[in-house]
Unconditional design. Structure first.
Length: 235
């Protein structure tokens, strides 16, 4: 019998299969470079929440704009991992925010879209107001992280205004019209720490002209950063 491994296969336990074997086969099938290592990482319970990887500087990311795509084939591929319930449970808002930071600096729109949709549709318990202060010692990276958090609030509230609801309308789109009439939508709010992160002294153009060409005094421009974050609005 031929088995087809769907993205949601591991979300539903099946009594007649070996979870470890199924995990390895799923990760292998979905192009994870180290399926056995990633399976052990998922099943090893200490610490329960995954640690934040070493943050990469803006300069290093700009020197290696294809770093995310190269990492998929050599280190870690988050596309299949985000589909695994156990990974989502043990993942953290700051880890996702730093992944978005890497996408923003390298202008990887596809990964940015996937990460944003993962947060909006699947990590419904991650309220944006509760994103912990990363207290990043790199002022440039800290400003980008704060701008990203602000931009997530703006983009999520845009989706909420359209009638989308986190963790609901991706599976029940017929409710969108009803939610548009809701008197008190569940608006997202900015984390308190973002208000303390000021602008950079010198302008930083991560994608020259993309935002400067638009008259948009948004979360990045107010911190003297010009970047492409349009995929945050992808529904």
């Amino acid at each position: 019998m031929v088995r087809v491994y769907e993205p949601n296969l591991l979300h539903t336990p099946v009594s007649d299969r070996n979870p470890l074997t199924e995990q390895v086969v799923y990760l292998t099938y979905n192009s994870c470079p180290h399926p056995v290592r990633d399976t052990i990482m998922l099943l090893w319970p200490f610490p329960w929440k995954f640690a934040l990887p070493r943050p990469i500087s803006v300069e290093e990311l700009l020197r290696n704009p294809d770093i995310i795509e190269r990492r998929k084939s050599s280190e870690v591929n988050y596309t299949p991992l985000r589909q695994i319930k156990l990974f989502a449970i043990r993942d953290t808002p700051l880890r996702s925010l730093y992944r978005m930071y890497e996408c923003l600096v390298t202008d990887n729109e596809d990964e940015m879209m996937q990460e944003s949709q993962y947060w909006f549709h699947h990590q419904v318990g991650w309220h944006l107001a509760n994103i912990p202060d990363p207290q990043d010692t790199d002022p440039v990276r800290y400003a980008i992280l704060a701008s990203l958090a602000d931009a997530l609030v703006h983009s999520f509230n845009h989706k909420i205004r359209l009638g989308l609801r986190r963790g609901i309308t991706n599976n029940k789109p017929w409710l969108i019209q009803d939610f548009r009439q809701e008197l008190n939508p569940p608006w997202e709010e900015c984390p308190e720490w973002c208000s303390h992160v000021g602008p950079l002294e010198e302008p930083m153009e991560l994608v020259p002209g993309v935002v400067k060409a638009c008259d948009n005094p948004g979360p990045f421009v107010k911190r003297n950063i010009f970047a492409n974050f349009v995929q945050l609005y992808n529904v």
